[in-house]
Design a protein around this ligand. Structure first.
Ligand code: GLA
Length: 768
């Protein structure tokens, strides 16, 4: 094993050894991002106005009365609720000639404008320079119908102009005007980066980390493959590549190596960096390529994953929900989720009549005829001991008494989901051990449907040859199955919806053995284009009516992106959960933009009635056949799981479960964190305190404890001083770190903790 930086030669080349030498480094407290040079920041001071007038492109137009807006977040999140159609953004900025002077390659200027949902025309000093991510030549007239065609919402806008383009006013004030058109849902500019720079060395030489994720071997070795590219057609770059890793807690150097690189045009080289460290220690790897002739540098950095979740012990431990709702006579299915050295023997005392537990796998099945509350004692035994846990079975009208935990195909496979991929997900729940931590649902999202036949039965497309057989296979694994449809004629992916076929669809779902329905507004927008309150509820009531008629407990999940403040009336239409926001993606902007605005919905969440801030974006995601490892940093992923647990959110994993890595598994198998999500009191956390970019969220737990999330939304490590007053509590409390599952000692009045950039401390305070 080579513990260092290793170069992967292309297979056909003679083995190439590169000179590597380790250098001791002074400690650097630097786990934060370094600002890049020679860039103008375009992320502040934008003016905004709704409507459309081409005169707003002009340099001399007076926009002083327009609103200020952040370009990094969509306009819906900044007070322009339900705004579809046109709006304009304007920014004044001096473009200094020093950008050219300081550049090594002096040909072209680039203007980066994040992403724009859905369409845009961009003007510089009144002249059109680009449209829908395409650069336009001088004197192009703006097309009035630039918003016809496929949505460009997910395309980064980068407009490149020759340095001598007359539309640029060097050393003078320039006005950038953006005419945006949103065809529905979230709208306007969002994401990152927003900047102007010359196309210089960093645009030709780049690091690429997307090929693989971090790999762990043994207890201390973490490896990462990366590539460095010279994408230029004609420039030769020679320089020094430095790779170093520092701990984030004390800044100590873990690793440093340097090597000379000679990079001819169109070359790319692949390396692996191997760092030995305690797996639980957060660290950052810094990559620098310093080019010889220009003295310029290209930098990148990567947070290393760190594993906080302890491995399950050999003795049995029972996880999962401690309260379970079922309707009379509905088929009952509850799996006792337990870890411990196999074989495990399961038993239960006090099961109501009609139920039995399977001793070898812990599956409780049957049906209960009488409404009532049944107290059951679960027992799991192996050669290392016995674990016990109380389970309350509530037979009544309400189901999903704790948030559903499972997998959904959308964030990983998008419309390329298939029977095989769904079965594989189910199998992976078992083989990875996720099933032992309470993960239950395997949900098919959009992309399974064909048409309705002449009898009104919904048919599956060729990717799902036998839905009923697939469902019984998933059930045989001890899991449950979910499906997706729309109240409209078409789903969001353009497949057949349930419109006018609701009753038949509900019956078919029940016949197949479906346990969960995600019902997505989509083309119902065509039926109720400006829905009032009644129209918003109508299609959801309609499907609920038929779901209630079948003899199956089907979790009813509304997906309509939070329209009409659904959290206030979701329970009225008898939904079990409802999406409170638009679709999530694997970026910090999306995650934090959704997660940290859930406070308003919080009072409306209760057992069986959950706010749903959308699915998880950890692991290998892709929304289609081509996957990539989540772009969230490890800290951001801890924030994601911690916040979703505090929010009592449905936890639906959205990644390829056949490629689960040790870090992702660590995120998804922490029983103390999951217990916060599954707490039977079912109270969603509230934002208890906020100062600048630091927030504290508190969730009351059934046993009187408080789950606390300390969140750092900045890009620097932050010491957070917590007064117990902020949490609304007094006295002496035992504090426990939920991720490391360690008691941290007693606290009284206040305590202080360091929180990593975009990171979290998830604590449980237990009354002494
Ligand atoms: C909408 C939903 C997503 C997904 C897709 C499927 O965008 O919000 O979660 O279900 O539709 O087309």
């Amino acid at each position: 094993m080579n513990y260092g930086l290793t170069y992967q030669k292309p297979r056909f080349m003679k083995k190439l050894t590169i000179g590597l030498f380790a250098i001791a480094l002074a400690a650097l407290m630097a786990c934060h991002r370094t600002p890049s040079e020679n860039k103008l920041d375009l992320s502040v001071q934008w003016k905004f106005h709704t409507g459309d007038d081409i005169a707003w492109s002009g340099a001399s137009f007076d926009d002083s009365k327009w609103d200020l807006i952040k370009p990094t977040d969509n306009w819906e999140n900044q007070g322009y609720k339900n705004l579809d159609g046109f709006a304009w953004y304007r920014l004044r900025i001096v473009i200094p000639h020093s950008l050219i002077d300081d550049a090594y390659i002096k040909d072209s200027l680039q203007i980066k404008l994040g992403k724009i949902d859905d369409y845009d025309q961009v003007f510089l000093n009144g002249e059109l320079i680009g449209e829908n991510a395409k650069v336009l030549p001088v004197n192009t007239e703006p097309r009035p119908d630039f918003f016809n065609g496929p949505s460009r919402w997910d395309v980064s806008r980068r407009y490149v102009l020759a340095a001598n383009d007359p539309r640029i006013h060097w050393d003078k004030e320039n006005v950038i005007s953006v005419r945006a058109y949103d065809s529905g849902g979230a709208g306007g500019m969002f994401s990152k980066p927003f900047e102007i720079s010359m196309i210089d060395l960093p645009d030709h030489v780049m690091f690429d980390f997307s090929q693989s994720n971090f790999k762990f071997s043994g207890d201390t070795l973490v490896s990462k493959q990366f590539a460095i590219y010279n994408i230029s057609q004609n420039e030769d770059f020679r320089g020094l590549l430095t790779v170093k890793a520092n701990r984030c807690d004390n800044g100590n150097a873990l690793f440093k190596q340097e090597t000379i690189l000679d990079m001819s045009p169109n070359l790319h080289m692949v390396f692996t960096v191997n760092v030995i460290k305690d797996l639980s220690v957060p660290a950052t790897i810094y990559f620098t390529f310093k080019e010889n002739s220009s003295g310029k540098e290209v930098n990148a950095q990567l947070e290393m994953p760190y594993i906080l979740t302890p491995k399950p012990g050999k003795a049995p431990r029972i996880n999962g929900a401690s309260v379970f709702g079922v309707r009379p006579w509905s088929p009952f299915q509850y799996l006792v989720a337990a870890t411990g050295e196999p074989p495990l023997a399961y038993s239960a005392e006090g099961l109501p009549e009609g139920l039995r537990i399977h001793a070898d796998n812990g599956l409780i099945t049957g049906a209960i005829s009488k409404k009532g509350e049944y107290k059951v004692k679960l027992k799991v035994t192996n050669s290392f001991g016995t674990a016990e846990k109380d389970l309350t079975i509530k037979c009544g009208e309400l189901i999903s008494l704790t948030p559903p935990m499972g997998w959904n195909s959308w964030n990983v496979w998008g419309l390329s989901v298939s029977d095989k991929k769904v079965r594989q997900a189910g199998e992976a729940f078992v083989s990875s051990g996720l099933i032992s931590h309470g993960w239950t649902y395997i949900n098919i999202d959009d992309g399974w449907e064909d048409t309705h036949d002449k009898n009104g039965n919904i048919l599956t497309n060729s990717k799902f040859p036998d839905m009923k057989a697939m469902c019984s296979y998933i059930h045989s694994l001890g899991l449950k199955v979910g499906i997706y449809s729309s109240p409209g004629p078409k789903t969001c992916g353009g497949f057949e919806g349930s419109y006018t076929f609701e009753e038949k669809d509900a019956r078919n779902y029940a016949d197949w053995g479906i346990d969960y329905l995600k019902y997505d507004w989509c083309s119902y927008g065509g039926i109720a284009p400006n829905p009032n309150d009644r129209e918003l509820k109508f299609p959801y009531r309609e499907m609920r009516k038929y779901l209630r008629k079948v003899n199956r407990d089907i979790h009813y999940s509304l997906c309509q992106y939070g329209m009409g403040e659904v959290w206030k009336w979701g329970n009225e239409v008898d939904a079990n959960s409802w999406r409170t926001t638009g679709d999530i993606d694997d970026s910090w902007e999306s995650l934090s933009g959704i997660g940290f605005v859930q406070d308003a919905c919080s009072p409306y969440s209760a057992p069986g009635r959950w706010n749903d801030p959308d699915m998880l974006v950890v692991g290998w995601v892709g929304w289609g056949p081509h996957l990539h490892y989540t772009k969230l940093t490890p800290n951001e992923q801890y924030t994601h799981i911690s916040l979703w647990s505090l929010l009592a959110a449905p936890l639906l994993i959205g990644c390829d479960l056949t490629q689960l890595d040790a870090f992702t598994l660590n995120l998804l198998t922490n029983d103390e964190v999951l217990a916060i999500n599954q707490d039977p009191l079912g109270k969603q956390a509230r934002q208890a305190w906020k100062s600048g970019e630091c927030q504290i969220w508190v969730r009351e737990l059934a046993d009187g404890s408080k789950a606390i999330g300390l969140f750092n939304l900045t890009e620097q490590p932050l010491p957070v001083n917590v007064k117990l007053d902020y949490l609304g509590i007094k006295g002496k409390w035992m504090m426990r770190d939920a991720w490391t599952q360690k008691d941290l000692g007693f606290v009284q009045t206040h305590f202080e903790m360091n929180v990593l950039p975009h990171g979290v401390k998830l604590l449980v305070l237990r009354k002494n």
